[in-house]
Design a protein around this ligand. Structure first.
Ligand code: SF4
Length: 147
């Protein structure tokens, strides 16, 4: 099975994860996850989404990081380096200026990310395993140092 293919309904995802549908909706509302939306507006989740949610659950339940804390940590992923956006894009970008939520949770206008599908974006996908966030930051900062 392709791990990025969205095949699980919200009730199947909740059952597989052992959590409530309300919790899944809360994570979506808070911008931690971006389920795929069918034309009918029903949400679908991929295996990568389930892994991401497991990681979020571990951070919240075992590491005692709040949802607000998770959002702030994810806001530190240097999307500007991964996407390599211009100075002008950064100037017009709330995600670059703020550290309250991840870049995919902003409503982008007039920048390189305005027309991107965040589910397919390298930034969102770089944290399919949220234990790897630090690796992503390390790799991008090394890349910046070498340019
Ligand atoms: S969200 Fe997009 S435009 Fe904004 S800093 Fe990140 S890559 Fe650049």
């Amino acid at each position: 099975m392709n791990p990025s293919q969205a095949v699980f309904t919200i009730s199947s995802a909740a059952k597989l994860l052992g959590i409530s549908i309300q919790t899944l909706r809360l994570y979506e509302r808070e911008g931690l996850i971006l389920p795929h939306r069918k034309n009918s507006n029903h949400r679908l989740y991929s295996k990568n989404d389930l892994d991401r949610i497991k990681c979020i659950r571990t951070s919240i339940n075992d590491d005692k990081i709040s949802i607000e804390g998770m959002k702030r940590i994810l806001s530190l992923i240097p999307c500007w380096s991964l996407i390599n956006c211009s100075e002008a894009d950064r100037k017009n970008c709330e995600a670059f200026q703020k550290h309250t939520k991840p870049c995919w949770a902003f409503n982008h206008k007039k920048n390189i990310c305005s027309n991107l599908d965040c589910r397919g974006c390298i930034v969102y996908n770089s944290i399919a395993d949220c234990d790897k966030v630090k690796d992503v930051i390390r790799i991008t900062s090394t890349k910046e140092e070498n340019t």
